[in-house]
Design a protein around this ligand. Structure first.
Ligand code: AMP
Ligand code: ZN
Length: 438
């Protein structure tokens, strides 16, 4: 591809020299540290570390003098412990997908939202999107950033956005055909589901104008990308983001689709050994740690994402100087991503433990059901409950299902088990059996 065919939203910044990027990052980090000291959380945290002013930062390497921030810190600071501006300046809240326990919430000012939209628009442009595209967003709208944050970015780019949200595949297809959708945004598993529906509903591929899919929210392999590309006859781009970092598009593939550029003028990335927390050499896998430089309402500095990846060394053919990261290989915690929704086994345990009649052991089984994920919770019940009427046992199963659905937002299957029938672990209890890749 000739240079002139590589699309940019802001070529100067996307191809800035490494020195220029470092300069932006150092200045940005100083500003964020100063700003973070306005929040009760960082004031306390930094005071304990002897940090009282941004003077601690003179080069980007000084970031290592600052403590890390974790998801638990966000929960501890809930609801407003990380607010760095007057509450009246906040215009929107978002939260991590999946949980309705103590969620990890972020707050954004109008300027923060404009930044998030601009980052998303930059990403979509890098993937070859442009004004005039018809973008159908099949991600869930609501607290999850894959809905609104993607939406506003696509609009800013100049696309016509169809906010169909997730599910209702028949309607998705009708809109795709009738309005000439060119780009869709969905989880990788939903893309496969969509393909199956195109065939079963008797659509002719030629009736659809679809040319690209943006996918993310859950780990997927290069093989899966190729499969979706072949089946749908489109280009599929990997998109990374998280609510804590303003949602989708913080890292994105350019038209060469060879790893995701992290927008380093807006995010500082570190890759550390999850045990020692020391940086790993470029090219080695470790945990991604991110600092957001473009947020006023809620600074987050050295945030441990728990996502495992590596830097792809060497320049990208597109000419961008922002470094690329590889596809994620997993996480350093036990968070499960089920059909794009984040779930911690501890949340499930919490529900089970407080339910009368539930016994000592349980097992969470995750497997493929066609192209989507299916989760089954196998639960032992107490001998007294087991001796009870089937109707009572069925009612218990439905109660567990309802409570789990209320907490984790997806509806799992629940299988009631006889006391003592589930395998007992000899060492650390094995609570999750993830059979999706076997
Ligand atoms: P949420 O805050 O609900 O948007 O969830 C963010 C998490 O989803 C990340 O920390 C990742 O674990 C996962 N995730 C998002 N995008 C991707 C992607 N492209 N590949 C793999 N995992 C992803
Ligand atoms: Zn590139």
């Amino acid at each position: 591809m000739a240079d002139r065919d590589v699309p940019f939203r802001d070529k100067a910044i996307e191809t800035a020299s490494r020195e220029e990027i470092k300069r932006i990052q150092t200045a940005g980090l100083k500003k964020q540290v100063e700003h973070a000291l306005n929040t009760p959380f960082y004031r306390g945290r930094y005071k304990n570390a002897g940090i009282t002013s941004p003077a601690v930062i003179s080069t980007i390497a000084d970031i290592r003098k600052l403590p890390f921030t974790t998801k638990n810190d966000l929960r501890d600071a809930y609801p407003y412990g990380l607010l760095a501006v007057p509450r009246e300046e906040v215009v929107r809240l978002h939260a991590s997908s999946g949980t309705t326990g103590t969620p990890t919430v972020i707050y954004l000012t109008q300027k923060d939202l404009d930044m998030a939209s601009d980052t998303m628009a930059r990403s979509l442009t890098a993937a070859g999107g442009s004004r005039g595209d018809v973008v159908q967003n099949m991600m869930t709208y609501g607290l999850f950033t894959g809905g609104l944050c993607f939406h506003y970015g696509a609009e800013l780019m100049g696309a016509m956005v169809i906010p169909t949200s997730a599910g209702n595949t028949i309607r998705q297809l009708k809109f795709m055909k009738d309005f000439g959708t060119t780009i869709i945004h969905a989880t990788p598993s939903y893309l496969l589901h969509l393909h199956a529906a195109i065939e079963s509903e008797g659509y002719d591929r030629g009736e659809l104008k679809l040319r690209k899919a943006i996918t993310g929210a859950e780990p997927h392999s290069e093989e899966l990308r190729c499969k979706i590309q072949d089946k749908l006859g489109i280009e599929v781009y990997n998109c990374y983001g998280m609510s804590e970092m303003n949602g989708p598009g913080l890292a994105f593939e350019c038209v060469y689709r060879a790893g995701m550029h992290v927008w380093e003028d807006r995010y500082i990335m570190e890759i550390v050994d999850p045990e020692t927390l020391e940086p790993v050499p470029d090219g080695e896998t470790g945990e991604l740690v991110l600092t957001i430089l473009c947020r006023d309402a809620m600074p987050l500095i050295r945030y441990r994402t728990r996502d495992l990846t590596r830097v792809i060394t060497g320049p990208c053919e597109c000419g961008r100087t922002h470094r690329r990261i590889a596809r994620f290989t997993g996480r350093t915690d036990d968070m499960l991503i089920i059909n794009g929704v984040n779930i911690f086994p501890s949340q499930i345990e919490e529900v089970l433990l407080r339910t009368k009649g539930v016994g000592a052991n349980y097992l969470i089984v995750v497997e493929k059901d066609g192209v989507l994920d299916r989760m089954t919770i196998k639960v032992e019940i107490t001998p007294e409950m087991f001796a009870d009427d089937t109707r009572v046992i069925n009612a218990l199963r439905e109660r567990i299902r309802d409570e789990l659905t209320a907490l984790i937002t997806i509806r799992p299957l629940v299988e009631i088990k006889q006391p003592g029938s589930l395998p007992v672990a000899e060492g650390k209890a094995k609570r999750v059996e993830d059979l999706r890749n076997s």
